[in-house]
Design a protein around this ligand. Structure first.
Ligand SMILES: Nc1ncnc2c1ncn2[C@@H]1O[C@H](COP(=O)(O)OP(=O)(O)O)[C@@H](O)[C@H]1O
Ligand SMILES: [Mg+2]
Length: 493
């Protein structure tokens, strides 16, 4: 993918917009000033034309007609390119023009225009033509209608052209002078505004699997637009770090467990091989090794269960479970462990005060009960009773498994849900535990937005309780028996 720099793009955008703005201002400035200079010039030639008209007067010797006062013609500002004028009466008996102008020139004057731009010997001129002007002079005895005047007045425009050019240059230079500092200012503030983003990128690039710290600068943290991004990155990182550390730990623990199990198997094998033995000894040895293999198999099963529970969490919200009957699920788990319990002469009692439906996968739910019951059986003395109890209120169902076994010391209680955590690993080895059962149960309970907690009294027993949210609309109905209580007892055969 083609890379592009935010910085460069912004610089181009800022420079382009500033140059465009400056060019626009120069354009507007010059055209406005051109307009005003031209208007002032037009007012000037109009004044001149009116003063020419004022120089026309009636004869005072009794003969009708008009005369012109030559002597009072205002002098031209230019000596070489002089102003030219023509004033004539509509009676056709009077016309006066500027000295030195060929009268045939005035034949080209447009008949209707008020202003006219033209050239004389390459010199630009602008003219005004005033029509139907009254003679200012008053004369009694003049025959009616009184004559009306047409005045033509033209002046060279090279001065104002020069003025306009100078002004355009001045505005242009001024525009450039303003452009440079504003550009510098804009680039400087842009750089400043982008600095937190750069800091953030630097902080993000410092993250690695060995260094999960994300430390954005204060500038980045106080930038309003970056706050949600920083928050999101921090949350993701914390989750990732926890998951990564968990995985690393799991891998280490799993490898250790597997190695131990393999070492046991290997030592059994070597003991068999180190000298020739009797047939009975070989048979006994093979039975021991078969037991070791069972243990290894159980460990792998547990690890698969753990991985499956993890996958549930990874699947997250996309996963939509089905409604499951918790009472039936508990009964199924009890039935599955009936033989195991019988072998240990342990009695399981199940009490349910109502029905309960939760949204979960049936196999997951059963696995939770299996793990709790298995522990209760394993850690109970012979002849003991285990009580599994289900109660539901409007929102959740609580299932507890209580035993009268050895109990768990308060120091260990907070850790029993951790993976591979065993209170007494030597005893656990004899009972076949790997410290994964409760961890799997907790992962599943967490996934279904429930809670799991343990209470224990060393020497007198343990009670593990799982709370799960009820499927809405299924709030515990009383069970079918008279007192609304259902009790099943599964005892040793
Ligand atoms: N009902 C119980 N009574 C006494 N100790 C228990 C009980 N349940 C769990 N524990 C303790 O918690 C530890 C973790 O349990 P668990 O995760 O099921 O692992 P394990 O595979 O060892 O049974 C066990 O090793 C055991 O020491
Ligand atoms: Mg267990």
């Amino acid at each position: 993918m083609k890379r592009f720099s935010l910085n460069r793009q912004l610089i181009i955008a800022v420079v382009a917009s500033q140059v465009l703005l400056a060019a626009g201002l120069v354009l507007v400035g010059t055209s406005l000033s051109r307009h005003y200079i031209r208007s002032a010039f037009d007012v000037y030639i109009q004044g001149r034309a009116q003063s020419i008209a004022a120089l026309v007067y009636f004869r005072d010797d009794g003969v009708p007609g008009l005369l012109f006062n030559d002597a009072k013609v205002p002098p031209s500002p230019h000596h070489i390119h002089k102003d030219i004028f023509l004033v004539k009466s509509d009676h056709g008996d009077f016309a006066q023009h500027s000295p030195g102008t060929d009268p045939r020139f005035f034949d080209q004057v447009p008949a209707t225009k008020r202003f006219w731009d033209f050239e004389i010997e390459g010199e630009p001129y602008r003219a005004i033509i005033l029509r139907d002007v009254a003679v200012l002079d008053t004369e009694v005895g003049e025959p009616l209608p009184l004559p009306r005047l047409t005045v033509f007045y033209a002046a060279p425009t090279m001065d104002i052209e020069q003025q306009m050019r100078n002004l355009a240059i001045a505005i242009g230079v001024l525009g450039l002078l303003v452009l440079v500092p504003t550009l510098i200012l804009a680039l400087w503030s842009m750089r400043r505004a982008l600095a937190p983003l750069k800091d953030l990128a630097t902080a993000a690039s410092a993250i690695s699997v060995d260094r999960w710290k994300f430390e954005p600068s204060d500038a980045a943290k106080s930038t309003e637009e970056l706050v949600p991004l920083i928050g999101a990155v921090q949350t993701v990182l914390e989750g990732l770090e926890a998951a990564f550390t968990r995985q690393r730990q799991f891998l280490g623990d799993a490898a250790h467990e597997l190695k131990t199990s393999l070492a046991i198997l290997k030592s059994s094998l070597q003991a068999m091989l180190n000298k020739p033995r009797q047939r009975e000894e070989y048979e006994h040895g093979l039975a021991v090794m078969s037991g070791d293999c069972d243990r290894l198999e159980r460990l792998l099963n547990r690890m698969l269960q753990t991985a499956r529970a993890e996958q549930r969490i990874a699947k997250g919200q996309d996963y939509v479970p089905d409604p499951v009957d918790v009472v039936a699920s508990c009964e199924q788990a009890i039935a599955r462990l009936a033989q195991f319990a019988a072998a240990r002469e342990v009695v399981m009692e199940f009490t349910a005060s109502s029905e309960a439906i939760v949204l979960a996968e049936a196999a997951d739910l059963e696995l939770i009960w299996l793990n709790l019951l298995e522990n209760a059986i394993q850690y109970s003395p012979r002849g003991a009773t285990i009580a599994m109890n289900l109660v539901a209120d409007g929102r959740s169902v609580a299932v507890s498994v209580a035993d009268h076994g050895c109990g768990i010391d308060a120091a260990h209680l907070p850790h029993i849900f951790k993976r591979f955590y065993r209170v007494d690993s030597s005893r656990a080895r004899s009972t076949g535990g790997f410290g994964l059962g409760l961890a799997v149960a907790k992962s599943l309970v967490d996934f279904y937005q429930g809670r799991i907690r343990a209470a224990s009294e060393p020497g007198s027993g343990t009670c593990i309780t799982v709370e799960l949210p009820l499927h809405s609309g299924s709030a515990g109905n009383d069970h079918d028996t008279g007192e609304g209580i259902k009790t099943r007892v599964f005892s040793a055969g």
